[in-house]
Design a protein around this ligand. Structure first.
Ligand SMILES: *Cc1c(COP(=O)(O)O)cnc(C)c1O
Length: 222
């Protein structure tokens, strides 16, 4: 299927499965600039990359009106390169990295928008805050005046069990509701980012308002 037809199909799924205003974040890791431009020319302006170097290269070589999202684990030694260059860092997965991002944003005199990555399924191999760490994180969030928490991001386990995937997404939705109502300083809870190629339909049904889709749009990665 062409890039255009794949995107049209996902747009139909969004209409069918969700009542909300949903952002389709096109995940462009390993994708060539020419192919990304096909999505751009359909009107898309939000693209996600998981590596700092690749994101910055594409940002330099593509139109200025693109909103770049970092969706992969951020290493501490890359923080200074990326803060201020992206509209949303979706993958804040530890207090240590949150502090570094905040300090860098302070140096630059900006507010960096971020999402908190949550390891809902409690997998050892996954990055992200555990659900039971979130309360203390938010209780201390006031300290970080140069970040704004715009919501949560999660990845479901890479399994076939649809019930388990659905449980992960509906759990994040409940957690989102809870923390939205608490209105902490330095937060403005707007986004639940969940769902990728193999599970975005379930995510839409469970309240995602950002879905992050790569291979369904651009083809299998090498
Ligand atoms: C690669 C990636 C995606 C997109 O994955 P696809 O299965 O290709 O749609 C979504 N989120 C994150 C964090 C990723 O790294």
């Amino acid at each position: 299927m062409s890039i255009k037809d794949s995107i049209l199909e996902i747009e139909q799924d969004i209409k069918k499965l969700s009542q909300s205003d949903v952002m389709l974040l096109c995940v462009t890791k390993t994708v060539s600039i020419d192919n990304i431009m096909e999505a751009y020319n359909m009107g898309y302006r939000d693209f996600g990359e998981n590596k700092v170097q690749e994101l910055l290269y594409k940002k330099e070589n593509m139109p200025d009106d693109i909103n770049w999202h970092l969706i992969g684990h951020l290493q501490t030694n890359k923080v200074n390169k990326i803060v201020g260059k992206v509209s949303l860092i979706q993958s804040i997965d530890s207090l240590k990295i949150l502090k570094k991002v905040n300090n860098r944003a302070k140096e630059l005199g900006i507010i960096q928008d971020i999402l908190i990555e949550v390891n809902v399924s409690n997998e050892e191999s996954k990055h992200g805050f555990k659900v039971d760490e979130l309360s203390s994180l938010f209780e201390g969030i006031e300290e970080f005046k140069n970040i704004k928490v715009k919501g949560f991001m999660t990845m479901a386990p890479n399994i076939e069990d649809e019930d388990k995937i659905r449980w992960v997404f509906s759990s994040l939705n409940k957690i989102f509701e809870k923390f939205s109502q608490l209105s902490y300083n330095n937060t403005d809870m707007k986004f639940i980012s969940m769902g990728m190629t193999h599970d975005y339909k379930i995510a839409l049904e469970e309240g995602a308002n950002i879905i992050r889709v790569g291979s369904k749009i651009f083809g299998k990665r090498k």
